[in-house]
Design a binder for this molecule. Structure first.
Ligand SMILES: *Cc1c(COP(=O)(O)O)cnc(C)c1O
Length: 481
């Protein structure tokens, strides 16, 4: 293939055309992955700031002092929102996962004498903690949550031992939208001399406004004694362009082990606060611009909108017989469960057909599959339409009946050991599962309706689910030659 230069106009046209196949990031109809303030002028500003700083390098704050200044200002706003003491410090990272990775890494390296470090996490903690465990050799001791989907304090206390470097709480958990008993967990950690990280990646920029709007929440900020670090994503409810989160520590001594320096080579002394070294200044500039433009007053208005949308959805769901909320939401996330008359996956497909993206969540730890909603401020504008669409989607799902996976297929999947499967086995499985077909031109074809695929993944054990999806990603990610 020749790849000679294409005109700029053609490229812009191609970008537009390709992007049209993606989920919309505006309009409040995509209830996962994207967060829409509905403020189009602020969005445009954020994009302009990203573009203006796309080539700036956050590697060296002395070379790009404007980036350092923006970082310190954004971290300062976060510190104020999260009731941080004057000693608090923070770092802007590329996203929630990087903030979580660094919280775990800095906790581990804060105790180099502990050779088999552990962290105690509620079973509802974000998968980023399992990634951190995998990357950094920190054992994740996962404690089953209670019937209310909140962390089990007594079981956490019982699990803390001399190898424990971190106790984790969520504010709120992604899957169920409830806040863990942070005060009790943090007190237990402090009593044992262990750090306590609150993962407020998703709630951290919206929950602070809840009490100001008369909605009481379980205390979870630095106002809680024993909380040593908090992660909060700007690219979620900060409504900033993708690529920014913040990791805050209660004091700079706690952050020291997060920093990395190396003079063990002949080039510049590497000095990094994050996993990335060279990093675009774009996301930080975008986040700085958006947070300044919205301001605390603006965020409070957006929080009022998003909570109003959540209340309207919860009320709407109460009128749908086959559907229920898994837990009364503490924040802006809603998990929905079905009764036996239908299944969540069919509802997700029906919603997609109606132009709404809602996210399936697989069965886990004996609890059935659910539907996840991350509600945005912009969803309020058409929340009645959402409830109508959901009601109709459930009606169609009930009429279709729950997707059934052939019992023979279930038995077959259950008997497989993912570690013993060959590439050819995976090719066969992916085709059988409907995850990958062959298109007319011989390329890969993605499924359009996902219910059957999801139902099959749902019956697979987590290890099998992971293996199948890794094989799937491997097949998707192939160079275009
Ligand atoms: C989104 C999220 C993360 C991970 O954030 P990314 O920005 O997707 O890397 C971690 N924890 C919670 C609770 C989240 O909602």
């Amino acid at each position: 293939m020749t790849r000679n230069a294409v005109t700029l106009d053609d490229i812009v046209a191609q970008l537009k055309e390709r992007q049209a196949a993606d989920l919309p990031v505006h309009g409040g109809r995509t209830l996962a992955y994207v967060y829409d303030s509905g403020l189009s002028d602020v969005d445009d500003l954020g994009r302009a700031a990203v573009a203006a700083y796309a080539g700036s390098n956050g590697l060296d704050p002395t070379a790009f002092p404007s980036l350092l200044q923006m970082e310190n200002e954004v971290v300062g706003m976060a510190a104020d929102l999260l009731d941080a003491p004057p000693t608090a410090v923070g770092t802007v990272t590329s996203g929630g996962t990087e903030s979580v990775l660094l919280a775990v890494q800095s906790a581990r390296d804060g105790h180099p004498e502990i050779t088999r470090p552990k962290m105690i996490i509620p079973s509802t903690a974000h998968a980023a903690f399992h990634k951190a465990a995998h990357y950094f050799g920190v054992e994740a001791v996962s404690i089953p949550v209670g019937d209310d989907y909140r962390a089990d304090v007594d079981a956490t206390i019982a699990a803390i031992d001399t190898d424990t470097v971190l106790v984790v709480a969520s504010a709120p958990s992604y899957a169920h939208g409830v806040i863990d008993p942070v005060a009790e967990l943090a007190a237990a950690a402090a009593a044992a001399g262990v750090r306590c990280h609150v993962d407020a990646c998703i709630g951290g920029w919206v929950l602070p406004f809840a009490p100001r709007l008369g909605r009481e929440t379980t205390p979870w900020t630095f106002a809680v004694d024993g909380v040593t670090s908090i992660s909060v994503d700007l690219h979620k409810y900060g409504y900033a362009p993708k690529g920014t989160s913040i990791l805050l520590h209660r004091d700079s001594a706690l952050r020291r082990s997060q920093f990395f320096a190396s003079a063990e080579w002949p080039g510049y002394t590497m000095l990094n606060a994050t996993m990335q070294s060279t990093k675009s200044g774009g996301p930080l500039a975008g986040a700085w611009a958006v947070t300044r433009a919205i301001g605390e007053d603006g965020y409070q208005r957006l929080a009022a909108e998003v909570f109003a949308a959540v209340d309207a959805i919860v009320a709407g769901v109460a009128a749908i017989p086959a559907l229920s909320v898994v837990a009364q939401p503490d924040s802006t996330l809603i998990a929905l469960a079905t009764d036996d008359s239908c299944d969540p996956f069919t509802i997700c497909d029906e919603m997609a057909d109606a132009g709404w993206f809602v996210q399936p969540q697989m069965a886990f730890a004996g609890r059935r599959a659910t539907i996840h909603l991350s509600v945005s401020a912009a969803t309020l504008n058409n929340v009645a339409e959402f409830v109508t669409a959901l009601t109709a989607a459930v009606e169609r799902a009930v009429a279709a009946g729950p997707v059934r996976v052939d019992p023979g297929v279930v038995a077959f999947i259950e008997a497989l050991d993912p570690t013993a499967l060959s590439d050819a086995d995976f090719d066969g499985l992916l085709a059988a599962a409907g995850l990958l077909g062959t298109s007319d031109d011989g390329g890969l074809a993605l499924p359009t309706r996902m219910a059957e695929v999801n139902a099959l993944l749902d019956v697979a054990a987590p290890a099998m689910r992971e293996a199948l999806l890794v094989a799937f990603l491997d097949r998707l990610s192939r160079p275009v030659r």
